[in-house]
Each structure stands twice: as C-alpha cells, then as structure tokens.
Design a protein around this ligand. Structure first.
Ligand SMILES: Nc1nc2c(ncn2[C@@H]2O[C@H](COP(=O)(O)OP(=O)(O)OP(=O)(O)O)[C@@H](O)[C@H]2O)c(=O)[nH]1
Length: 376
C-alpha cells in the first residue's frame, strides 16, 4: 500500500519524482514510434514512392517499425530502483530522438527530390508540424527530450525551406510556428511539474491521514480501530488454516489513583511511558501494540500462548519490581494482563477470543491485580 514517500526525506522524494517521470515518459510515448510508420505509409502511398524507389521506401518503413518496437520494448524498471530509473532515462534520451531524426531525413528527401509532388510535400510538412506539436505537448516530462525531439523534427526542414527562395513564405510561417512551439514547450513542462507537485502533495496527505486514522493520538501506538481490523483479519486467516496467534489485553491497575494524586497531565505521561515499555517488550514485526482506550492496551502476538504469557509475565514483573519514571516522578505502577491463544473451534471468531481474554483480565483484577491470567 505504501507507495508515496509520505513525510519522507529528500532522497525518497527525488526517487519518487524520478520514477513518476520515467513512467509518464514511457506511458506517453510507448506507441508514438508507430506514428512515423503510419505517416510514412501515407506520404509514400500518395507519392507512389513504392514504384519509383521501392527499396528506400521499404527500408524507411522497416526502420520506423524497428524504432517503434524499440521504444515499446524499453520498459521502465521498478519505481524503487532509483539508479535503474536514472539509467533508463539516459538510454531513452538516445532512443527517443531516433524516429524524429529519421523522419527529418524523409522530410529532406521529399523536399529535395522532384519526384515528390507539391501536394505530397505539403502533407509531409503538416505531418512534421503535427509530430513536433505532439512532442512539445505530450513528452514534456523531460524538457530536454521534448526540445531535442521537436528540434530534430522541425529544424532541418526549416533550414531546407529557408535555403529555397521559392519556399520563403512557407519558411516564414514555419519559423513563427517554431517560436510558438518554444513557448508551448516551456508552458507544458511547467504545467507537468505543477501536476507532479500536486500529485505528490495529495498522496502525502492521503498517507498522513491514513496513518493518523490508525494511530492513537496520545501514545503514538496503533488505535483500537486498526487493532480490531487486524484482529478480525488474523482470526479469519487462522480459521482458514493460517498461522495461529495470541491476544493480550493489559489494563493499568488503579490508574484512577494516578490521575487523582498527580493530575491528568501526569496520568497522560504515565500512559505514554507504559506504551513505550510495552513497545519494547512486544516489538514489531512479531507483535502489534494498540491502545484500546483509557488505560487499556492490546497486543496481537505472532506466537503460541505459552510464549506470549512468558513475555507478559516478564513485562509485569519488571514493571512491578521498580518505579516508573514519569515526568521527573517515580511512580509505582502495576498491570493486570489477560492472555489467550486463538482456537477457531473454541472461540469461533475474533469476538469469541476477545471475550475470553477480557474475562481472563477481569479474573486477574478480581484475584488482586498485578498478575497474568490465561483465558479459556
Ligand atoms: N490521564 C488520563 N486518564 C485517563 C485517560 N483515559 C481514561 N483515563 C482515566 O483512567 C481511569 C480509569 O479508572 P477505572 O476504570 O476506575 O480503573 P482503575 O482506576 O485503573 O482501576 P482498575 O482498572 O479496576 O484497576 C479514570 O480515572 C479515567 O479518567 C486518558 O487518556 N488520560
């Protein structure tokens, strides 16, 4: 699920941008190589080039086909491999202008060879204008790609037109269009960068809210909502033959006294300190810790009940044997803990397990607190 570098460092942001640029460049241009083949087929057929120059006609068609296939086959590497993405861009920078350059050669041939009629020349010039326009409007993911591609298409034809006195009017019109292309390139590239920034901001916000919706605001551990969803998923998987797990519910003993004696702020700090110690005692990935509400915590432990009980006992004992450092004060704090391994037959579902472990916790409270009890 985590695809965006939410709140990530500069390197991750740069890698994300790079992979987006690579993907967008490929997606926008993967089939475009075949446009030149199509253009050549049209003008060659109009001119009857297959009759007066069959070999060059076929060679050009084959060349455009090859270049189209080459572009299509240069698939981007995985987004997380920044070096491979950088290499891909370098390769693509060589491949992308090949078809425009080849088209430029065709265009030059048509402008210089009298066997091509005026009408065919006009059609080919319109195609050239079209390809160059596509370049500056579509491949603006990398400004230099668009500039080199459009330049390779447009400038040789422009130079040829200027060199022929009879074509001056066309040359002037094409020159104005070239100026428009430069402006369009700058604008579309700026728009693309803005869209990328917006996309990144939206994704980061989505990740941020997603994280917040799973997190307890006071302690920073998971919240009840996420815990319940994971518990349901684990119970369902275990019911279908997946791995077993153990549920622990921990409740701070006489927490009301902490609030009453030391104030709510110290009570809050105490909850954070307990959450920190629990996180160290039950670290991920084998355990998922959540604050279930008030002074109650839950742990989903990826292991059998005896192992979880042992860890719970060690935690309880360590807490009870010392004093908890809370905002410069040292408080005696104990916990009662209910533990139960999931048994699909006995518990049925997640609710069944929760009820059993909750009952064990209240038995531990009733038996005098500061103890671990196993639920049936
Ligand atoms: N500081 C603080 N106190 C909270 C918070 N949530 C719940 N509490 C307090 O936790 C206390 C829970 O009290 P009780 O349910 O009587 O439980 P207890 O005093 O821990 O006693 P036992 O659970 O029976 O051992 C209440 O005083 C609540 O006000 C919180 O977010 N911050």
């Amino acid at each position: 699920m985590k695809t965006t570098p939410a709140l990530a460092g500069r390197e991750e942001l740069r890698a994300w941008r790079l992979s987006q640029v690579v993907r967008d460049t490929y997606d926008r241009s993967k089939f475009a190589g075949f446009l030149y083949l199509f253009g050549w087929a049209v003008v060659a057929w109009l001119a009857g080039a297959q009759d007066f120059a069959p070999m060059p006609t076929l060679a050009m068609a084959g060349g455009f086909l090859l270049l189209g296939v080459l572009r299509l086959r240069l698939r981007p590497p995985p987004p997380e491999d920044a070096d491979a993405n950088r290499r891909w861009l370098r390769h693509y920078a060589w491949v992308l202008p090949l078809a425009p350059l080849a088209w430029s050669g065709v265009q030059g041939w048509m402008l210089l060879d009298p066997r091509f009629s005026e009408q065919v020349r006009m059609v080919s010039l319109i195609a050239t204008i079209g390809y160059a326009t596509v370049f500056v409007n579509v491949y603006t993911t990398v400004r230099s790609f668009a500039a080199v591609g459009a330049g390779a298409l447009f400038l040789p034809a422009l130079a040829l037109l200027w060199s022929q006195p009879s074509q001056r009017a066309l040359a002037v019109a094409m020159s104005f269009y070239a100026l428009y292309l430069v402006g369009a390139l700058l604008r579309t590239h700026a728009e693309y960068r803005r869209r990328l920034d917006l996309d990144l901001a939206l994704r980061q916000q989505r990740d941020l809210y997603e994280g917040l919706s799973r997190t307890d605001a006071l302690t920073g551990v998971h919240n009840r909502r996420h815990f319940t969803a994971r518990l349901d998923a684990l119970a369902q998987a275990a019911g279908q033959g997946g791995p077993g797990f153990t549920l622990l519910i921990l409740d701070i003993d006489h927490f009301k006294h902490v609030n009453d004696r030391h104030g709510h702020a110290v009570g809050d700090a105490c909850l954070k300190a307990i959450a920190d110690r629990l996180q160290r005692a039950f670290p991920p990935p084998r355990a998922l810790l959540a604050r279930l509400g008030g002074e109650e915590f839950g742990v989903l432990f990826d292991g059998p009940e005896p192992e979880a009980r042992q860890a719970a006992e060690a935690f309880r004992h360590a807490l009870a044997s010392g004093l908890l450092d809370v905002e410069g004060q040292r408080l005696p704090v104990t916990v009662s803990i209910g533990v139960g391994g999931f048994d699909p037959v006995r518990h049925g579902d997640a609710d069944g397990l929760y009820r059993a472990v909750d009952a064990a916790l209240y038995a531990a409270k009733a038996d005098g607190r500061d103890r671990v009890a196993v639920g049936g």
